[in-house]
Design a protein around this ligand. Structure first.
Ligand code: ADE
Length: 294
């Protein structure tokens, strides 16, 4: 997957993506990252990227020219032009900032409708909520282009070029970079090889799983099943597609200053451990996110 981020503060994106798991994935070429600063494209003699709103009002609005010229250049580079990106991730990283100002590709910018493999995303509190399901869907794309907002937001003519607007929550941030990073991080975790153990992705919060199937695989008896359903207050049908928060985790020592790890986790009995974790996950979800069980 190729990710292009348009941001007035590209170092925020670069720093995060070069760290820890995403940094390793970048080095392994599991994704390619390019950042572009729309300010480099501004035709204003002071490199201005914003202006006062028509009709009056507080704050500044991101002007169409720098963002749309930058976006035009970026979409030119998609698909057929990807080979212009250096293959060595280190080299790619060192060139990141100048990427947008290199000699333009001779192809004309892609126009909407864009191919289904390309998503042009605007970060905005009025977008659709970022969910695990959306992140999984985005991970199937060939290229994501993410535009980070600042100030009062984008001129509508920039928004009109996007295929999607995404919000990371019902609050307003000073810029879209944190939202872009949330989208990138949540998406890349679904790319094979990014997480060391693919099971981690299945086990964690918000994965929709068929637990009935898993209980059957573990040869849970009728009696055990009935008492499990009674204890958790969940029906057999609900078990077939449950979206749960993650169960609690424990590591050594088994006794930390008198606070002991639940006994069942030390039993080595996989069936009992699975059923305990599932019951705990159901309890936690009911307590903290009852909406997921409705
Ligand atoms: N930009 C500012 N606030 C935001 C939010 N909540 N989600 C996405 N982008 C934003």
């Amino acid at each position: 997957m190729r990710i292009d981020v348009l941001s007035l503060f590209p170092e925020i994106i670069e720093n995060y993506c070069q760290t820890s798991i995403l940094g390793l994935a970048l080095k392994q070429n599991l994704y390619q990252l390019n950042t572009h600063n729309p300010r480099d494209y501004s035709k204003d003699k002071h490199h201005k990227v914003d202006d006062t709103p028509y009709g009056g009002g507080a704050g500044m609005v991101l002007a169409p020219q720098p963002f749309l010229d930058c976006l035009g250049e970026v979409t030119v580079m998609s698909d057929n032009c990807v080979t212009r990106a250096p293959q060595d991730p280190q080299l790619q990283l060192s060139k990141l900032r100048s990427f947008g100002t290199r000699k333009p590709c001779s192809r004309t910018p892609q126009q909407a409708p864009y191919p289904e493999t390309l998503e042009i995303i605007i970060t905005s509190p009025s977008g659709q909520p970022l969910t695990q399901e959306l992140a999984r869907e985005l991970s199937t794309k060939k290229q994501l282009v993410i535009l980070c907002g600042r100030y009062e937001g984008f001129d509508q003519r920039i928004r009109d070029k996007a295929t999607m607007e995404i919000s990371i929550g019902d609050y307003v941030l000073t810029g879209g970079e944190l939202a872009a990073l949330s989208i990138i991080d949540a998406t890349l975790r679904h790319i094979p090889g990014v997480l060391g153990d693919p099971q981690s992705l299945e086990d964690e919060s918000f994965s929709k799983l068929n637990y009935l199937e898993k209980l059957k695989e573990l040869q849970v008896s009728k009696k055990e099943m009935l008492s499990f359903l009674e204890e958790t207050g969940i029906s057999r049908e609900e078990l077939e597609e449950l979206q749960l928060l993650e169960h609690p985790h424990y590591t050594r020592p088994a006794d930390f200053r008198g606070d002991r790890v639940p006994e069942v986790l030390e039993s080595g009995n996989h069936k009992k451990i699975f059923m305990w974790r599932l019951a705990e996950a159901i309890k936690l979800t009911r307590l903290k996110r009852g909406d997921l069980l409705n």
